[in-house]
Write a protein that binds this ligand. Structure first.
Ligand SMILES: Nc1ncnc2c1ncn2[C@@H]1O[C@H](COP(=O)(O)OP(=O)(O)O)[C@@H](O)[C@H]1O
Ligand SMILES: [Mg+2]
Length: 590
């Protein structure tokens, strides 16, 4: 609750005016039957077949009062609803914005823990649940209790004996509503959880729709979705069944109460201990009392749903970002050379796992050098390079503190911004955004000129195919870059990384979809134009790394060999095997 205060604070006036204006409406609602009773009792006073009351002028003046009251109520009702919605939407708006910022600040490890689908549900549906509760709550907060108390007081002062009937009915109603709600709470919470599953399912399938199709898994996926979706329906139906029974039961209780009032009240009227107008008003009050109880229970029910959502929102807000630069010793230091050093580096994703993903890595890459990394899938190549821009942090190894150093300084001592701004990484799963090609390339450096953009595109061998598009650099890319080929996408991602003229460039299997000839030309332009940049190239093909200054052979998170291709052929059996298999194949083809 405390955490929500800051989202409500700027709109305090709406949070206060909303309920107060609703109270104006309630006051009118409670007075209205009294005025009506006056018209019947005093104005008409129909007795023995004859109207003996004060007549038309009294009726007109009371009627005028009712119209005036109705106008005031309208202002109160509209104003109350307006401020309630103002408060709720602004609250939700700020909260959603904060959640988004928070998720942006998440480390990779943080993101790993939530699924994307679940994050989307939390930022949309869960926030909406909270927003609805606030809008409803603000309108009902004073309205329902106000109506309950106001109508009770009016009823008791009007006819205390008859009010006893109502006092008997209230506990029955409270009991019925209580039982229904107790049964409904868990069903609504379950419904929310299931909605989460459906959303995750949709999210995963839509983002990967191509993979699903290429494996012709549509049927399987449809079945899976249908299953989750039906489960959602079943849960919604089971929750609704309860709510559906509630209304007729309450209506029955209401009708029964009205009947009792007419029965007992009617007798009093016949005995002339009660006036006809009062009986009419009394029935109105009873309805108001029972209605307000209903409203209260509905708010309670919705609040239980919103509480489940609130927990899920809090989970995001309370997630500790486990990778920050708060303790960095040299916040202003920039990466100038690009020297990389791994010293006794150990790393794993799940801290309570026994196995290390990377163990005891020691090596150095001098500024401007090229390091090739080769190794089977799952050997830890991506994990290794992730440690350099601190996408993950090194762990405490068995023999002391491991370190990743850039220019001789622990990466944890740079500010994240300074560190990452000098390290360009082309991820294995590279992503382009919707927008033009030029806009996408400018991600690397917003202030670059068009000439600079063309230059890096040429270096990444992307310029020619970009020129081939009718719109050239202004070609719109679909979401994720769907309308370019895999190899073209990789080259655009490389160009984007080059635009910042980074001190360190990391390519994680980034030319796998580019043909060998084009790849050779890209390497050639790296050699010429990125002479001062330290380059790390992860690849499957020996040819991609063969001419690197050093090649690191990774096997199961350990260094199996490091050196030039020539040296490794002599010293590293694993490398020699890969080399032979690939070179043999080449010769076989020739
Ligand atoms: N985000 C992650 N969370 C948990 N485990 C991971 C994650 N990424 C990779 N791994 C695991 O770490 C090991 C090394 O993976 P990775 O570095 O991606 O290998 P490579 O890039 O050589 O194929 C694998 O066993 C993989 O399953
Ligand atoms: Mg990888």
């Amino acid at each position: 609750m405390k955490q929500y205060k800051k989202y409500a604070a700027p709109y305090w006036y709406a949070f206060i005016l909303g309920p107060i204006l609703m109270l104006v409406e309630v006051a009118g609602e409670v007075l209205m039957p009294k005025l009506l009773a006056n018209i019947i009792n005093v104005g008409i006073n129909y007795q023995g077949g004859e109207a003996t009351g004060k007549g038309i002028s009294y009726i007109v003046s009371m009627g005028g009062g009712m119209i005036a009251l109705a106008l005031v109520m309208m202002v109160g009702g509209i104003g109350g609803a307006f401020f309630a919605f103002t408060a709720a939407t602004n609250f939700a708006n700020d909260l959603r914005k904060d959640l988004f910022f928070k998720v942006q600040s998440f480390s990779f490890a943080n993101v790993d823990r939530f699924s994307t689908g679940s994050l989307v549900t939390r930022l949309t549906n869960d926030v909406t649940q909270l927003q609805n509760l606030i809008a409803e709550g603000l309108r009902m907060l004073l309205r329902a209790p106000g109506m309950l108390i106001g109508a009770l007081i009016m009823a008791i002062t009007m006819n205390a004996r008859l009010a006893l009937v109502v006092l008997c009915v209230i506990p029955v109603l409270v009991l019925v509503v209580g039982i229904v709600m107790k049964l409904a709470f868990p069903r609504f919470t379950g419904m929310q959880k299931q909605l989460d599953r459906v959303n995750s399912n949709i999210q995963e399938n839509l983002t990967n729709v191509r993979v699903v199709k290429s494996f012709t898994r549509e049927n399987y996926e449809q079945e899976g979705f249908a299953r989750e979706n039906s489960a959602l329906r079943d849960r919604a139906v089971s929750a609704m069944k309860l709510m559906i029974t509630l209304l007729p039961i309450v209506t029955f209780i209401m009708n029964f109460t009205t009947l009792s009032i007419v029965w007992f009240g009617g007798k009093q009227v016949l005995n002339t201990t009660m006036e006809v107008g009062d009986l009419t008003a009394f029935i109105n009050y009873v309805e108001q009392i029972l209605m307000s109880l209903m409203m209260l229970s509905m708010v309670l029910l919705n609040s239980s749903r919103a509480m489940a959502s609130s927990d899920r929102i809090m989970e995001i807000l309370n997630t500790e970002v486990d990778l920050t630069d708060e303790n960095a010793k040299h916040k202003d230091l920039l990466v100038k050379e690009g020297k990389i050093e791994f010293s006794h580096v150990y790393f794993k994703y799940y801290k309570d796992n026994e196995e290390w993903v990377l163990s005891d890595l020691n090596f150095t890459v001098e500024p401007g050098q090229t390091l090739g990394i080769i190794g089977s899938t799952g050997s830890g190549k991506t994990s290794l390079v992730s440690l350099i821009p601190r996408l993950y942090d090194v762990d405490q190894g068995p023999n002391g503190e491991g370190k990743v150093l850039v220019d001789g300084v622990d990466v944890r001592d740079y500010s994240l911004k300074n560190l990452r701004s000098q390290i360009a990484m082309v991820l294995q799963k590279n992503i382009l955004f919707s927008g033009t090609i030029e806009e996408n390339l400018l991600w690397g450096n917003e202030s670059a000129s068009h000439e600079e953009v063309e230059e890096v595109a040429k270096a990444a061998r992307a310029h020619d195919f970009i020129q081939g598009f009718p719109q050239g650099y202004d070609t719109e890319l679909g979401q994720g870059g769907v309308n370019v080929s895999g190899g073209q996408k990789q080259r655009l991602c490389i160009a984007r990384a080059l635009l910042n003229q980074p001190k360190i460039l990391i390519l994680d299997d980034s030319t796998s979809a580019v043909d060998t000839a084009t790849e050779a030309r890209i390497r050639e332009s790296f050699h010429k134009e990125l002479a001062g940049t330290t380059k790390i190239i992860i690849a499957q093909r020996i040819s991609s790394v063969e001419d690197a200054d050093k090649i690191l052979v990774l096997d199961d998170g350990k260094i199996a060999g490091i050196g030039s291709s020539q040296e490794l052929l002599q010293t590293c059996k694993a490398y020699a095997e890969i080399y032979d298999s690939q070179i043999d194949r080449k010769e076989g083809l020739a």
